[in-house]
Design a protein around this ligand. Structure first.
Ligand SMILES: Cc1cc2nc3c(=O)[nH]c(=O)nc-3n(C[C@H](O)[C@H](O)[C@H](O)COP(=O)(O)OP(=O)(O)OC[C@H]3O[C@@H](n4cnc5c(N)ncnc54)[C@H](O)[C@@H]3O)c2cc1C
Length: 369
């Protein structure tokens, strides 16, 4: 039911042409605020939020269904940053006051919150160097964050900072929720190859008090991992949608395009490739479901299942979009056909929250390989 309603809603309100419009008009937000309010009416903004705080509490399996459908239509929205990662961090790490303030605001689509973690070119949550130093009874934040998804449209920034220790150390991490307009914050929008929203954010002596901290200051790495794992599962589901949609469009083309007097889908060489891809997508579907079930049952123990899903998502989405471009022949190279848009989004999602190597490594270490 959730899948059907999501598919119907997105087909009407956010087909791939909506992304083209955002791209071609160089939209200042990079997403449609009416669509975001529509997602609120659908109950999606509160999908990981408990009912007491205005959410629909559908859990991670429900969240993944929505993400998969968004992958099919290349929907641009702050869903992953705000409704998945920020909502998870606040629900699990916030005190009563913080939950009452922020969770209903997310559910009501009144707050966009960007998670600022990485500082270099690759995803490296342990490598946080941005400093939070005590000055009087507050912290001063100094440093720079990169690839902050939805950073330039965020009302608040959930920033991971180091209160002690060296980059590479999981100890000494704190999470602060600061107003995006705080003095000392400089936000520079960066449009990625998929026309998506990223930002580079500088923090120069930005004030953060204890009341802005989520979880235990200096011991918030586990909480950060909870938020990242929810996001990784969500983006894996989105990549499942990208792969599935690319596959279905390709198969439809194989049935339609005639060469040498017959549909190219009748050539066995292409049938084998399509069958292989179908099998890979089904494997990915199982891994995404397993990751979301693990997150629903025991979020602190879900990291391995999440890494398995994100690894497979990176490999499968890459294969699916490459095969689409190849099998569409010369047309696959053109902007007229959406295959290139799916390829660009796949490329960005491959990097987002850890690429295949990052997650293969985490999986191997967790299994003591
Ligand atoms: C960047 C670029 C530049 C180009 N420049 C030129 C140019 O300067 N001049 C020019 O004339 N053309 C040019 N082309 C066109 C190019 O020659 C054709 O794209 C190419 O010959 C494939 O034809 P098609 O696009 O009609 O694909 P199709 O023939 O429709 O093929 C679609 C898919 O089916 C597969 N396929 C087709 N038949 C079979 C079969 N019997 N068995 C198994 N698989 C099959 C193909 O490998 C492909 O994956 C260019 C193409 C590109 C991408």
């Amino acid at each position: 039911m959730l899948r059907d309603s999501a598919r119907g809603f997105l087909a009407e309100k956010s087909p791939v042409s909506a992304l083209r419009r955002l791209r071609d008009t160089k939209d200042k937000d990079g997403f449609d605020r009416d669509l975001w309010r529509g997602m609120k009416d659908m109950g999606w903004t509160g999908i990981l939020i408990d009912e007491a705080n205005g959410g629909s509490d559908f859990g991670h399996v429900g969240m993944a269904l929505v993400c998969e459908e968004m992958g099919r239509t290349l929907t641009a929205s702050p869903f992953l940053s705000t409704a998945v990662m920020a909502a998870t961090a606040i629900r699990r790490g916030g005190n009563d006051e913080q939950k009452k303030k922020w969770l209903p605001a997310i559910s009501d689509a009144k707050a966009i919150i960007a998670l600022a973690v990485d500082e270099g070119r690759k995803h490296a949550p342990e490598g946080i160097a941005l400093k939070a130093e005590m000055a009087g009874n507050a912290f001063k934040l100094n440093g720079e964050k990169s690839f902050v998804v939805d950073g330039h449209v965020a009302d608040s920034i959930l920033v991971a900072a180091r209160v002690e220790g060296e980059p590479g150390n999981k100890e000494g991490i704190a999470l602060f929720l600061v107003d995006a307009k705080s003095p000392g914050i400089t936000i520079e929008r960066v449009t990625s190859v998929d026309s998506g929203n990223n930002a580079r954010i500088r923090f120069d002596n930005v004030n953060a008090t204890g009341a802005d901290a989520l979880g235990e200051t200096g011991k918030a790495y586990g909480l950060l991992e909870n938020a990242l794992n929810a996001g990784r599962a969500g983006v894996s589901a989105e990549m499942l949608g990208i792969a599935g949609e690319s596959f279905e469009r390709t198969v439809a083309y194989l049935k339609e395009r005639k060469q040498f007097g017959k549909a190219i889908g009748e050539f066995q060489a292409l049938q084998h490739r399509a069958a292989h891809l179908f099998g890979e997508i089904e494997l990915l579907r199982s891994l995404v479901l397993a990751a979301c079930v693990a997150l629903d049952k025991n979020p602190d123990g879900a990291g391995t299942a999440v890494s398995a899903a994100k690894f497979k998502a990176c490999e499968t989405a890459k294969l699916a979009v490459s095969e689409a471009v190849q099998m569409f022949g010369g047309m696959g190279m053109t902007d007229e056909i959406d295959a290139g848009l799916f390829m660009k989004r796949a490329r960005v999602t491959q990097e987002f929250l850890g690429d295949a190597y990052f997650h293969a490594d985490r999986f191997a270490l967790s299994q003591k390989f």
